[in-house]
Design a binder for this molecule. Structure first.
Ligand SMILES: O=P(O)(O)OC[C@H]1O[C@H](OP(=O)(O)OP(=O)(O)O)[C@H](O)[C@@H]1O
Ligand SMILES: Nc1ncnc2[nH]cnc12
Length: 194
């Protein structure tokens, strides 16, 4: 299967009525690279960088996610690193701002911090305490939902600032892992389940 950068997206897959476009998952599936034993033995890594690198596909996934939360959010949060790509595009497309949730030690002012486990290790996410006005409805974006540790920590951080988590959008969800179970009560949109 061709996964080059120039792989065309079928025009029917570029339908701007993306909220319920059944072709979106097919586009993601076609472009996603599956890498066994990365970053460590036993992990089947889902690499979505070919989706980000393909203009029509990037537009399709971003438009699809934001369409499903239309009118429900005031800002978009991105989780470092791959979530930043989606969040910036979604914010630009919707005229909202990006809230930056970073790995530990990167933000210069006072932060809230949440540690979590993921498939291949542990990490800590941080958010500036003063970046989000209380009551802001925030859509959180990331590329992959695996164990849910990352997005759970992101949601907790936002709620510690007084924000309201409007929902979570991911491009791909790994159904064999308990991501959804670990995010109870959250509205989650996944464009492709594997
Ligand atoms: O549901 P989880 O088990 O928490 O896993 C999902 C997270 O793992 C990956 O990020 P990673 O921590 O590898 O960081 P990166 O984006 O900087 O590569 C991915 O981009 C998600 O953020
Ligand atoms: N299997 C996986 N593929 C891509 N990103 C991930 N983040 C956590 N698990 C992952």
């Amino acid at each position: 299967m061709n996964k080059t950068l120039s792989a065309p997206v079928n025009p029917s897959e570029s339908n701007p009525e993306t909220a319920n476009n059944p072709h979106v998952s097919a586009v993601v599936e076609r472009l996603c690279a599956t890498v066994p034993d990365y970053p460590e033995p036993g992990i089947v890594f889902k690499d979505l960088t070919p989706v980000f690198a393909d203009g029509p596909a990037l537009k399709l996934v971003v438009d699809s996610i934001v369409a499903k939360f239309a009118g429900k959010f005031d800002a978009v949060a991105g989780v470092e690193a791959r979530g930043f790509l989606l969040a910036a595009a979604a914010a630009y497309a919707t005229g909202t701002g990006v809230i930056t949730i970073r790995k530990a030690g990167k933000l210069p002012r006072d932060v809230y911090a949440e540690s979590y486990a993921l498939e291949y290790g542990e990490a800590t996410l941080e958010l500036h305490q003063e970046d989000v006005p209380a009551g802001t409805r925030v859509l959180i974006l990331d590329d992959v939902l695996a164990t849910g540790g990352t997005l759970g920590a992101a949601a907790t951080l936002l709620e510690r600032t007084g924000a309201v988590v409007a929902g979570i959008g991911v491009v791909l969800e790994i159904d064999a892992l308990p991501g959804r179970e670990n995010l109870p009560g959250r509205e989650i949109v996944s464009l492709l389940h594997v």
